[in-house]
Design a protein around this ligand. Structure first.
Ligand code: FAD
Length: 390
């Protein structure tokens, strides 16, 4: 193989470049990214970066040694707009194209927005460094009241940062308890309690009807008529995989780029990694993860399979993520289904410090912990194939 084009210059794209070089690929390696800056780490954006504790230089994913070793032909600030899969040619927004022997889709996901929210001052999403700069500028101008729409991980982390900045903060969540489908009712309930513990108001069970305000937002209106007054509104309502550039390419798209458990798509020489990849197993079940760890692990497998020309390795790791909120570290691995039993192994929900295992038919399927990293690591090792992603 003489040339590989990676589309998406972030965590999964960079890890793919690293894995290809580590596995002996010496050909031309082009990485295309629509953000003008070199790859950076996203988790700090809703944590230390939003609080001003670290700057852009601290979250860079590349250093000078890496740059020299990887010998990447960077195409930053340009968007991929199409893929000719037979020629494996990626069309770019500047009218040029990159032709290669293999193409890797690493285009991640984009935040969902409420309809009608575009262009309204004071309304934010948080995915990129530019988003984080814009949000921080609004949060630190005076003492705005903040409404966070969506109480899942990013929403909860933003609320936690707002509380640390001393801002009056309300989280609005459509579910009865935030994160209940992901964490199960008990653990989700314990995490929801962190908001009240830290002076953040949590309104659950009522969907948002719309935003109030004309040029600048003044509040959030809920379906029951309640209005949450806010000078700044942050939408944390999930993300949609960036697959628009692949429309018409013939690749199968289904809430992500469909690939096998080796990260290869049905089109030879095209792989998908990270948040955009939907892995489908032989039994037809499929899964897509939006976790930092998956985006770093999958590229090693994808690179091996691209270099082999077929799937010789499978990615079968138990999903894992962490979240930092209100000075606590939540860790979770596995997959919860309704009816799974939760057993506390250490600590208690009331202390907001615990390690718990989820069981189905006596088999461990998931583990969760708040501020118990050592026990969590042990429990995580015990989770078997029942919790594998596909
Ligand atoms: C604020 C925030 C906090 C997070 N915190 C955690 C955490 O605590 N724990 C955890 O496990 N995970 C966390 N995550 C998730 C984790 O960061 C992601 O899983 C990871 O970034 C995925 O990497 P990726 O490379 O697949 O996608 P991305 O990081 O989204 O990168 C995709 C890149 O492709 C670019 N792109 C998109 N379309 C095109 C195109 N057509 N042409 C060229 N370029 C394109 C995008 O602009 C982007 O630069 C967090 C995410 C965010 C946003």
């Amino acid at each position: 193989m003489r040339a590989v084009a990676v589309v998406g210059a972030s965590l999964a794209g960079l890890e793919t470049a690293r894995a290809l070089r580590d596995q002996g690929f010496e050909g031309r390696l082009t990485v295309v990214g629509d953000e003008a800056r070199p790859p950076y780490d996203r988790p700090p954006l809703s944590k230390e970066y939003l609080l001003g504790k670290v700057g852009a230089a601290d979250i860079a994913l590349l250093d000078a040694d890496d740059e020299a070793r990887l010998e990447i032909d960077w195409r930053l600030g340009v968007r991929a707009v199409g893929l000719d899969r037979t020629r494996r040619a990626v069309a770019l927004s500047d009218g040029t194209e990159v032709a290669a022997d293999a193409v890797v889709a690493a285009t991640g996901a984009a935040p969902r927005r409420l309809p009608g929210s575009a262009g309204m001052a004071g309304v934010h999403v948080l995915r990129s460094l530019a988003d984080a700069d814009a949000l921080r500028a609004d949060l630190t101008a005076g003492a705005p009241a903040v409404a966070v729409i969506g109480g899942s991980f990013i929403g909860a982390e933003i609320a936690s940062a707002c509380s640390a900045l001393g801002l009056e903060t309300t989280v609005v969540e459509a579910l009865g308890t935030p994160l209940e489908p992901v964490l199960g009712p008990q653990v989700a309930g314990a995490c929801a309690g962190l908001h009240a513990d830290n002076g953040v108001r949590l309104l659950c069970g009522v969907p948002v009807r719309g935003l109030r305000g004309r040029e600048r937002v003044t509040g959030v209106e809920l379906a029951d008529g309640t209005v949450v007054q806010a000078d700044v509104v942050v939408m944390g309502i999930g993300a949609r995989p960036n697959t628009d550039w692949l429309r018409g390419s013939g690749l199968e798209l289904d809430d992500g780029v469909v690939c096998d458990t080796g990260l290869l798509t049905a089109a030879g020489g095209v792989a998908a990694v990270g948040d955009v990849a939907r892995l489908r197993g032989a039994d037809g079940a499929s899964a897509r993860a939006e976790h930092w760890t998956s985006a770093t692990e999958q590229p090693v497998v994808a690179a091996a399979n691209l270099l082999a020309g077929r799937t010789v390795r499978e990615y079968r790791r138990t999903p894992y993520f962490w979240s930092d909120q209100y000075g606590m570290r939540l860790q979770f691995a596995g997959e919860v289904r309704p009816g799974d039993e939760v057993r506390i192994v250490e600590g208690s929900f009331a202390e907001r410090s615990f390690a718990a295992v989820y069981e189905r038919g006596g088999e461990p399927t998931a583990a969760a912990a708040v501020n118990r990293p050592r026990t969590f690591t042990r429990l995580r090792r015990g989770i078997g194939r029942a919790a594998a992603p596909v």
